[in-house]
Design a binder for this molecule. Structure first.
Ligand code: NAD
Length: 233
């Protein structure tokens, strides 16, 4: 069994991940960290000895949690968004260089674990190669801390990489009643193409999270960004 701990265990995503791990036949939920439970990541690592920690916390805590895990030899799956991803990747690489020879652990970061959203990003990147211009509209529940969403930023980057030119402009909508939704609208002479993904419930993210938990320990390189690295390569 893969021993899994969850950071942000009292949050909306963390609770859903705890339940999914408990229901997975090949995993065991060994602990949860959250200030709301009075338990930190260090204590969970020391007392519960997880193989993998899944982080769904806040933009200002994900990096420190990840570094703490890697230092302790615990693999990390990061779902938190809204932090500077390039800064995290730089920190992880320099920490790995400083740690030469001692035990190491892998990191997988994904701004969106919903497989439909990963497909949306892939199709949007493909479409960006053929259409003149595009804009992204992302819509989320009003408790989301970051704007624009990590998914929108990543979509824009993938589209710019594929099509050349500037990343598309992103519009953010925050309203009660929404979960997580994104539309990529591409325009060209006399036509538009809309690619839309709707997350109706948080369970949408769970197959992707469990896939990442199963894979993170055997990655041939680390850190890895994006669930697409596991789905399409
Ligand atoms: N990658 C994805 O597919 C995906 C999907 C949905 C949400 N998210 C992201 O996941 C994150 C969490 O979203 P949420 O809706 O569950 O938020 P939430 O506010 O409901 O939960 C966050 C939890 O993290 C806890 N926390 C804060 N600091 C912590 C620390 N240092 N250690 C451990 N726990 C800590 C908070 O107390 C809270 O309970 C956000 O960044 C959100 O954008 C990602």
């Amino acid at each position: 069994l893969i021993a899994v701990a969850v950071a942000g265990a009292a949050g909306r995503m963390g609770l859903t991940v705890c339940q999914a791990v408990e229901e997975a036949p090949d995993m065991e939920l060994v602990g949860g960290a959250d200030p709301r439970l009075g338990i930190g990541v260090e204590r969970v690592i020391a007392e519960c000895a997880p193989d993998v920690l899944v982080d769904f916390t806040q933009p200002d805590t994900a990096l420190q949690n990840t570094l703490t895990c890697v230092d302790a030899g615990v693999h990390v799956v990061v779902g938190t968004t809204g932090f500077d991803l390039d800064a995290m990747l730089d920190e992880l690489r320099s920490a790995a260089r400083a740690r030469q020879g001692s035990p190491t652990a892998n990191v997988l970061v994904a701004p969106n674990f919903a497989i439909g959203a990963v497909l949306m990003m892939r199709f949007a990147a493909e479409a960006a190669r053929h259409m003149q211009s595009a804009e992204i509209v992302e819509l989320h529940h009003d408790a989301k801390l970051d704007a624009p969403s990590g998914t929108a930023v990543r979509t824009a980057q993938l589209m710019a990489d594929a099509g050349g030119g500037e990343p598309p402009k992103i519009h953010s909508v925050r309203l009660p009643g929404l979960v997580a939704h994104q539309e990529v609208i591409l325009g060209d002479l006399g036509q538009t193409l809309t690619i839309r993904h709707d997350t109706i419930g948080r369970e949408a993210f769970m197959p992707g999270v469990l896939l990442a938990v199963r894979a993170v320990g055997t990655l041939v390189r680390s850190p890895v960004v994006g669930l697409e690295q596991l789905l399409f390569s």
